[in-house]
Design a protein around this ligand. Structure first.
Ligand code: SAH
Length: 259
């Protein structure tokens, strides 16, 4: 059997007036799915976030690129303005590619945007992307799950750590299972404290994986007790993922002959 990439991505067709909500993966274009790479070549207009890399955008055929992310400390474009823009462009008969970092449904607000499109009766598709946690773990030689070490993995947001209505970190601590925290660089001190109060050992290994798969990629390891100070001392900043749990200790073993 000989199947071509063209055959795989031929259907469904990207039609005028449709919006495709797609994930661009962690950064490096090699992690794009075939259908997202193809959509980049077919879209009339691309509405993208800051986490979508230049390498990915360089595959676009259109020059109509609309940036709606946060840059240089300026506040991001309001979510309502983004959905209004998508609706306007679709109603104008464009093939609209809404491109987000990672996967659109993992801390990507893809659900809200899809809901707004439903309300307007605008046809859309969701094109998954590789979420940054999975790519970053692979790049760091840390298995997301491993027999004998973990039976589940939690993807959590650290965005609102310690504020009203936040996740129950102490309950998460009790599972003993690994946690990957998105958007947690500035709140890691609070998260580590709550996890220790919930029963995790202060010696629990932690990895911080920054800008994974991009030229700015850096990583470090620490423990729950030291991670806050180390993040500051080594100037780690967003975008970064914080991996907490015994799976982190596999890194030293697997990095032996990994390329
Ligand atoms: N939808 C995205 C997540 C968006 S939230 C996804 O599925 O990956 C933004 C957060 O994602 C960042 O603050 C950071 O925690 C994480 N992130 C995205 N890309 C990353 C990368 N290349 N390296 C490390 N963290 C990344």
């Amino acid at each position: 059997m000989n199947t071509s990439i063209e055959t795989i991505v031929a259907a469904p067709e990207f039609q005028s007036g449709h919006v495709w909500l797609a994930g661009a993966g962690p950064g490096h274009p090699r992690y794009l799915t075939l259908e997202v790479a193809d959509a980049l070549a077919k879209a009339d207009v691309i509405v993208h976030d800051a986490l979508v890399s230049d390498g990915v955008l360089s595959l676009a055929k259109t020059t109509d690129l609309i940036f709606v992310g946060k840059r240089g400390g300026r506040p991001s474009v309001a979510q309502d303005d983004i959905t209004t823009k998508l609706i306007e462009l679709a109603k104008a008969g464009k093939r609209v590619l809404r491109l987000k970092g990672g996967d659109p449904f993992v801390f990507g607000r893809g659900g809200e945007e899809a809901e707004a499109l439903v309300k307007e009766g605008i046809p859309f598709r969701i094109l998954p992307g590789m979420t940054s946690a999975l790519a970053a773990l692979a790049a760091a030689n840390i298995p997301a799950t491993m027999r004998g070490i973990s039976r589940s993995i939690t993807l959590a947001t650290g965005h609102a750590a310690g504020t009203e209505g936040d996740l129950d970190w102490k309950a998460l601590a009790k599972t003993g299972e690994p946690i990957v925290v998105y958007m947690g660089v500035s709140t890691i001190g609070t998260i580590a404290r709550l996890l220790i109060e919930g029963g995790r050992s202060p010696d629990t290994p932690v990895a911080v994986l920054m800008a994974a798969t991009t030229p700015d990629e850096r990583s470090m390891t620490a423990t729950l007790e030291t991670v806050e100070a180390e993040v500051k001392r080594q100037n780690f900043a967003a975008p970064a993922l914080i991996v907490i749990g015994r799976i982190v200790s596999m890194q030293a073993i697997l990095s032996g002959s990994a390329q």
